[in-house]
Design a protein around this ligand. Structure first.
Ligand SMILES: O=C(O)c1cccc(O)c1O
Ligand SMILES: [Fe+2]
Length: 293
C-alpha cells in the first residue's frame, strides 16, 4: 500500500505566463514565492509553494502527493512498475524545480500526470497575498477520470485513499482527516478538473463572489454549500479554462473505522444545498463527457 500523506502542489503549463501570474495574484490571491526562467511559483500557506505555472502546453498538468520517506518512494515505484505504469525518477534539476528532495512521476489509469514526492520544502513563514482573498491554504484537487470505478480502485487499493462520499460515481477521497484531498469526476479525457483553496469563512466566499464577477472573471458555480463536505463554495474560471474553487468549512472525519461513505445524487442537489446549479461540464450529467467547458 502506497501511503500518501497529502496533496502538495499542482504544476500547470501555460502559453501566457504573465497572464497566469496576473490571475494568480490579482484574482485568486496567491503570493509569488519565486520567479525562475520560464516558471513562477505561488504560495498559499506555509509551504514553499503549492502551485507552479510554467511556460508550456496547457495540457501539461501535474498533481503531486507527499510520501513519508525515500524508502517509501522506492517501494512505491516498484509497486507501480509491477502494475505496468512507466515510472520516471526525478533528476536533480527536476527536484530543484519542485523544491523537493526526491520524486517519481507516472500516469494514473486515466492518464493524469502524477508525482509522488518526498520532503517538499516548507518555509515556516505564513503566506501573505496582495489581494485579501482570505486563503488559508491549498486543500484538494479534482481529477478527471475516464473510468471512475477503475480509478477509485487505484487510489484506494494501490494507494491509501479512503472514499468519504460519492456523488453519482464520483468519489471524494481522504488521505488524512479532511473530508477529501482528491476527487475523481467522470470526463472524456485526462486533466485536472478543479483546484481548491480553503478560505477563512463565509465572508470570504461572499466577498470573492462580488470581487471575481466585478473583475469579469466567469463564475461557474455558487456561492453554494456542498451537502457532502458541508463546505460553502465558489467556483470560477482561470487561465486556460482551469476551474478554481474556494471553499470554507470542509468537515473532518475522525471516526475512521466507523465512517461509511454516503451516496449523493449526480445532479445539482447533490452538489449544492442552496439551489445553485453548476455550469461546469464534469459536474453536469447532461454535459459531462462531451467535451464542452
Ligand atoms: O466539498 C465537497 O464536498 C465537494 C463536492 C463536490 C465537488 C467538489 O469540488 C467538492 O469540493
Ligand atoms: Fe472541490
Amino acid at each position: 500500500m502506497i501511503e500518501l500523506k497529502d496533496v502538495v502542489y499542482c504544476r500547470l503549463g501555460t502559453a501566457d505566463l504573465a497572464g497566469a501570474e496576473w490571475f494568480a495574484t490579482n484574482i485568486l490571491g496567491l503570493e509569488v514565492s519565486e520567479r525562475r526562467r520560464g516558471a513562477i511559483y505561488f504560495k498559499s500557506d506555509e509551504r514553499a509553494h503549492t502551485l507552479c505555472y510554467f511556460e508550456g502546453d496547457p495540457a501539461d498538468q501535474v498533481t503531486a502527493f507527499e510520501l513519508g520517506r525515500g524508502e517509501d518512494l522506492q517501494t512505491a515505484a516498484a509497486t507501480l512498475e509491477a502494475l505496468g505504469h512507466h515510472v520516471h525518477y526525478g533528476t536533480r534539476e527536476e527536484c530543484e524545480a519542485r523544491l523537493v528532495r526526491e520524486f517519481i512521476r507516472f500516469r494514473d489509469p486515466t492518464g493524469n500526470s502524477i508525482e509522488f514526492v518526498v520532503r517538499p520544502e516548507t518555509t515556516g513563514r505564513r503566506y501573505h497575498g496582495t489581494r485579501d482573498a482570505g486563503i488559508t491554504g491549498f486543500s484538494h484537487v479534482g481529477l478527471c477520470t475516464t473510468d471512475a470505478a477503475r480509478d477509485e480502485a487505484f487510489w484506494t487499493s494501490v494507494c491509501n485513499a479512503r472514499v468519504s462520499d460519492r456523488i453519482g460515481d464520483a468519489p471524494l477521497m481522504r488521505l488524512g482527516t479532511i473530508h477529501h484531498s482528491i476527487a475523481l469526476f467522470p470526463f472524456h479525457k485526462a486533466g485536472i478538473q478543479h483546484i481548491n483553496h480553503q478560505v477563512g469563512g463565509t465572508d470570504d466566499i461572499q466577498r470573492s463572489f462580488h470581487f471575481v464577477s466585478d473583475n469579469q472573471v466567469k463564475i461557474t458555480f455558487g456561492p453554494g454549500q456542498h451537502p457532502t463536505s458541508s463546505a460553502e463554495f465558489l467556483y470560477f474560471t482561470g487561465p486556460d479554462g482551469m476551474t478554481f474553487e474556494y471553499s470554507t468549512g470542509v468537515c473532518e472525519i475522525h471516526d475512521e473505522p466507523l465512517w461509511r461513505d454516503r451516496q449523493f445524487h449526480f445532479e445539482p442537489k447533490g452538489f449544492c444545498k442552496w439551489g445553485s446549479a453548476p455550469r461546469i461540464a464534469a459536474f453536469d450529467n447532461a454535459k459531462g463527457g462531451d467535451g464542452q467547458g
